[in-house]
Design a binder for this molecule. Structure first.
Ligand SMILES: [Zn+2]
Ligand SMILES: [Zn+2]
Length: 446
């Protein structure tokens, strides 16, 4: 059976020799998705020889599942120390910051031999980092379907003021109890749908970069993402109406994305320019000390905005002379001033990324420009094959109550435009705005 045709539970613990040349393996030993999945917790702890658990949750996720999990452990004669992550003053939820991780480290107990994380993405990301030194066994129990990082080996955290992907260990065991997850507030499900819908753009940009830059690409992993992004699209309406099978289809997709990233050894299967809108909004919120919107909701709107940008991009005909002039006239000092104005305290890190990567180096850009023009038909074919019309996504979002504009969560057209302009600055990933830069087209032009 093809790797892309089996469920996350069937994938756990298996190895695949793939046509892409890689041996795909994930360190996730066991995945259980379904009703009553949390009942497997004592056995999962014992399988590691665990006698004393450190359980981390936040106040909401503790009442949703943490309390029952701690009680179940104690009934099974397994010691359980609970630590509740708290939101910082002025915030509704804990944020994935250095301070939150420090708080978790200080609350952890020295004799604990297994870590259990109960909650959403922030709890999971912080526990993944906590379990990294010493490779402590880590069991994750998601309480909401709000994001797709369940089984990834990277944590999305604010590090030195920049929203960063920090490598860590992935959970050894995932127990996704659909009875608990399906009771999560509807907005969290909408966020999960938004995060899965992003895979239209991420796969499109992965293929484009593979074509232009010769970046590693795996068709099996891409096909996996295509199946689950379609499942999220097709099941979204029923899922928000509470249909358990539809919710499970979305959860399965969310469970799979982390494994897909581990298989690929990069975040390409999961994220592209649409995710950078989210990272930049998060960074601005932190800078301005205001609560940011849920990741998946930001990403859902980012996907809609990105689809519209790609529709405008499809109307372009490359102009080699204009592109060459633009690449050669890149003004590093003006760029730095712009970056300092937008990123504030974290600007130094952004400038450091450019010093290391040389994204705007004229020689490299001119080389790529040649390859872009040579492969123009291939690029437009990929866009046509991978993307859906923005109106189709907007229609779905309106039906299910997912926001369709940044204004619905405290951002603005202006902040979305500024975010789009800076999506090319924060990482080295080759995305739409990098392609625009190489073609000498300003992000505001499309
Ligand atoms: Zn492969
Ligand atoms: Zn995401």
């Amino acid at each position: 059976m093809r790797m892309c045709e089996i469920t996350p539970a069937e994938l756990a613990g298996k190895h695949f020799s793939c046509a892409c040349g890689k041996e795909h393996a994930s360190t996730v030993r066991r995945v259980v998705v379904g009703s009553g999945a949390y009942l497997g917790l004592p056995d999962a702890v014992r399988a590691f020889g665990g006698k004393s658990v450190f359980l981390a949750a936040d106040e909401n996720t503790h009442s949703a599942q943490g309390e029952a999990a701690a009680e179940l452990l104690r009934k099974n004669n397994i010691k359980c120390t609970v630590h509740l992550l708290k939101a910082e003053p002025g915030f509704e939820r804990p944020e994935p910051t250095e301070a939150a991780l420090g708080n978790l480290v200080m609350g952890s107990c020295s004799g604990c031999d297994v870590i259990v994380g109960v909650g959403g993405g922030v709890v999971n990301d912080l526990c993944k980092l906590l379990s990294r030194p010493g490779n402590v066994p880590y069991i994750y129990m998601p309480t909401c379907p709000s994001m797709d990082g369940y089984t990834s080996d990277s944590a999305s955290v604010i590090y030195n003021g920049v929203k960063s992907s920090v490598s860590c260990k992935c959970p050894d065991v995932l127990l996704a109890d659909t009875d608990v997850i399906s009771k999560a507030p509807k907005k969290l499900l909408l966020a999960g749908i938004g995060d899965m819908i992003a895979k239209y753009v991420s796969i499109c940009e992965w293929r484009i970069s593979a074509l232009i830059n010769g970046e590693y690409y795996c068709e099996e992993i891409a096909e996996m993402m295509r199946r689950y992004r379609a499942a999220a699209f097709d099941n979204a309406e029923k899922a928000v109406q509470g249909d358990p099978a539809a919710v499970e289809a979305i959860i399965n997709g969310l469970c799979l994305v982390g494994t897909a990233m581990t298989y690929a050894g990069c975040s390409r299967p999961a994220s592209g320019v649409e995710h950078y809108y989210s990272h930049l909004w998060d960074m601005r919120c932190l800078e301005e000390h205001r609560q940011c919107e849920l990741h998946g909701i930001q990403v859902g709107v980012g996907t809609l905005l990105s689809l519209r940008k790609y529709e405008n991009f499809r109307k372009i005909t490359p102009d080699r002379k204009k592109a060459e002039r633009s690449i050669r006239s890149f003004d590093r000092a003006a760029w730095e001033r712009d970056v300092r104005g937008y990123f504030g305290a974290s600007a130094g890190n952004i400038i450091g990324i450019e010093d290391r990567e040389g994204k705007y180096d004229a020689g490299k850009c001119l080389d790529r420009l040649g390859r872009i023009i040579d492969n123009w038909d291939g690029i437009t074919r990929i866009i046509d094959e991978e993307l859906i019309p923005s109106e189709k996504l907007e229609e779905l979002f309106k039906k299910i109550g997912h926001p369709t504009s940044p204004e619905e969560f405290g951002e603005s057209k202006k902040s979305a435009g500024e975010a789009f302009r800076h999506t090319c600055d924060i990482r080295d990933k080759y995305i739409l705005t990098r392609l625009l830069f190489d073609l000498g087209i300003s992000p505001d032009e499309i």
